[in-house]
Design a protein around this ligand. Sequence first.
Ligand SMILES: Cc1cc2nc3c(=O)[nH]c(=O)nc-3n(C[C@H](O)[C@H](O)[C@H](O)COP(=O)(O)OP(=O)(O)OC[C@H]3O[C@@H](n4cnc5c(N)ncnc54)[C@H](O)[C@@H]3O)c2cc1C
Length: 429
Amino acid sequence: MNKEEIIHINKDEFYDIIKNNENVIIDFYSTECPPCEALAEKYIELSKRYGSKILFTKIFRQENKDLAMSLNVMSSPTLLFYKNGVEIGQRLLGYINKEDILKNIALMGVEIKEDIVSNEKIFDTIIIGSGPAGATASIYASRYNMSNVVIGGEIGGMVAKTHLVDNYPALPNIEGSELSQKLLQHFKKYDQCEHVMDVVKQIEKDDNGIFKIITDGNRHYKGKSLIIALGTEKRKAGIKGESEFSGKGISYCTICDGMFYQDKVVAVLGAGDAALTGALHLSDVSTDVYLIYRKEEFSAKDEALKEEVKKRHNIHLISSSNVLEIQGSNIVEEIILDKEYNGSNKLKIDGLFIEIGTIPNDALLEKLGIEKNDSGFIKIDQNCKTNLEGVYAAGDITTGFSDLKQIVVAEAMGAVSATSAKKYISQKK
Ligand SMILES: Cc1cc2nc3c(=O)[nH]c(=O)nc-3n(C[C@H](O)[C@H](O)[C@H](O)COP(=O)(O)OP(=O)(O)OC[C@H]3O[C@@H](n4cnc5c(N)ncnc54)[C@H](O)[C@@H]3O)c2cc1C
């Protein structure tokens, strides 16, 4: 076997491919799927490195739905690992770390060889996160003629996972994926900016006050200042069966996985803006959408969104209720409610979307000694300054602007943080 390129296969070729090749990785991907885009670059890199021992393949899910369903693949992307025709290791789905892929590659008996890619340049600022806050910080930094590197796990952050954005000034009714692409094009157009699509796994500071960043892909970067724009991630519900069925009917991203549920019955857990947006998106694709929430009323703030949800004939509201358990054989088949709905506390569904809010991406920050509030959000002052010298923070991960977690607010903080970083490095000169 000597295939160092990724090959695209279809459902008719699948069984022959896994039977006739010792080691095969299958990537089920979809379009309009931010985690699929986040995986793509890592997948190419891995195929170049391990392609002589492993066949790297991709299957476009939308055109191979029957195969996906028969393999219980219900999330994009899903990586499957085969050795001599038998699936091995752990299926990986959603935002996939390179380290987890390498663990499965090791299980195939392939020796892991990863180089460190060290960038000796010292950037004026390192921006972690490529959502609206990070993108805007980069635009302002470049325009201040500061060299900057933006390291982000996914382009556009949460915006890319949003169906429609209607409150972004001057661009009404824009699709989240389009807005995130526009942000990317904007910040990347400056020569002062380098963009790296990778996940930061370590932040250090040396005795000279230089920050050192190490990524999942073993890349090293140095900077005089740091702007943290890590955003938030979806909160898990802690329901019995939730982790067991993750990717097998449980999803946290309606934009990424909604199309798996075309003409099917789904439920959405939550009553905030994100849950209502998700329910609307699903009601365009699925036959029935049950919206399940704990209180009597929606907690969403957007009045127009609430009205639209109530108008949709295929969205059924189940208020004052909780989901106790998720059940099924291989994939989600039904959920158990704490109250009866239409005479039963069992609800037959094909998928459950959990949209119960977000938590800050603060795991990386433990060793840095950055000050956070009780919920893990970074404390900043009006100049986006943290308690640490040379470290600024912007966007949803901060305590800034109270609880208004919105694109324009994140962008404003991005601009302010770059301005503060500029002042800091000018004073240090
Ligand atoms: C369903 C939904 C709908 C929404 N609709 C709207 C709307 O209509 N209008 C509006 O104004 N706002 C909306 N929002 C809110 C808006 O998306 C956020 O306020 C905004 O995206 C916050 O920007 P941010 O840059 O702070 O964080 P994010 O957008 O979350 O970006 C964080 C970035 O950090 C990266 N990252 C995380 N960990 C790491 C790591 N270890 N290494 C490297 N990178 C990392 C991520 O990959 C991402 O690039 C919506 C949110 C959701 C969930």
